[in-house]
Design a protein around this ligand. Structure first.
Ligand SMILES: Nc1ncnc2c1ncn2[C@@H]1O[C@H](COP(=O)(O)OP(=O)(O)OP(=O)(O)O)[C@@H](O)[C@H]1O
Ligand SMILES: [Mg+2]
Length: 266
């Protein structure tokens, strides 16, 4: 059954797109039928990291010019990709109806999907919260800075109070070691759970990596390189931790859930 993961963050520039792209490619390499949805509409750049030049965009499906399966682009390892890029400024502020329409339209892909990974805009905008609420699992990317903690807290607070999302998988990016990453996680968890009724799981960390930065410039994802690189080991570990972390089931509108029915995943 198809399951969905959203990659979110409070602060921008913490590595959401890098994680979403490489996690999706890692899952595809492991043999899962994986679709990456670039839902950072208006600022879409996942295609740049993948090195793809999409000809069709999610907007074509939203406007009714194409079906959802017609806007799928091919990506490495057999991954499929839906580009949010179209250069249309109106994509920056989708209204609520269009956001829900997008979530519903993903249903068309149910039979060809095991995992949908969506990259969403930074922050606690209505768009981010709608996509966060629509996913079975939510990854929140943190870096070890007070501003990142504060903004991640605001995002989690909004998602839990406005959309009843309770479970969050935390990935600490740009950490120098697993112990440093764990320390950041424990500190963040202590503060967040003091004030909010949420469940935070440590889903792993990514090293601060010059290779990751260079991969963006080269438009060649690091997950296309040797699986034994530390970064790729990290993506495999994160993939495993996230897929075994608790799923959200709050009864709201979700990816791959039939109208009025129960969620198809979990
Ligand atoms: N582990 C890492 N080590 C070094 N650089 C990294 C790492 N992760 C991401 N970066 C770099 O940080 C920058 C921001 O990454 P990315 O675009 O993935 O962040 P983002 O959260 O999607 O940003 P935005 O909020 O603008 O969408 C990029 O230049 C990327 O190469
Ligand atoms: Mg991004």
């Amino acid at each position: 059954m198809a399951s969905s993961i959203v990659v979110a963050s409070g602060k921008g520039g913490v590595g959401k797109t890098s994680l979403a792209v490489n996690l999706a490619l890692t899952m595809a390499r492991q043999g899962r039928r994986t679709i990456l949805l670039d839902a950072d509409f208006g600022m879409a750049n996942a295609h740049i990291l993948i090195g793809a030049n999409p000809q069709r965009f999610v907007m074509d499906a939203i406007q009714g010019d194409a079906g959802m399966s017609e806007v799928l682009c091919d990506a490495p390892h057999g991954m499929k990709f839906i580009s949010g890029g179209s250069g249309l400024l109106e994509m920056l502020n989708l209204d609520q109806t269009t956001r829900y329409q997008t979530i519903r339209m993903v249903d068309e892909l149910r039979d060809q999907t095991e995992v949908l990974i969506a990259d969403v805009p930074a922050g606690a905008s209505d768009s981010s919260i709608a996509f966060v609420a629509a996913a079975d699992r939510v990854i929140v990317v943190l870096v070890g800075e007070p501003t990142s903690f504060l903004d991640a807290y605001s995002l989690i607070k909004a998602a839990s109070l406005e959309a009843n999302v309770q479970n969050f998988a935390i990935v600490v990016n740009m950490a120098r070691s697993v112990s440093e990453a764990r320390q950041h996680f424990e500190k963040f968890k202590a503060t967040a759970t003091r004030f909010l009724d949420v469940n935070l799981t440590f889903a792993g960390h990514l090293p601060l990596s010059e290779r990751m930065r260079r991969a963006v410039v080269a438009r060649r994802p690091i997950s296309m390189d040797q699986p034994d690189l530390p970064e790729n080991q990290a993506f495999m570990q994160i993939s495993k931790s996230v897929m075994t972390s608790p799923a959200n089931d709050h009864g709201g509108i979700k990816f791959f859930s039939s109208p009025g029915g129960a969620s198809a995943s979990g």
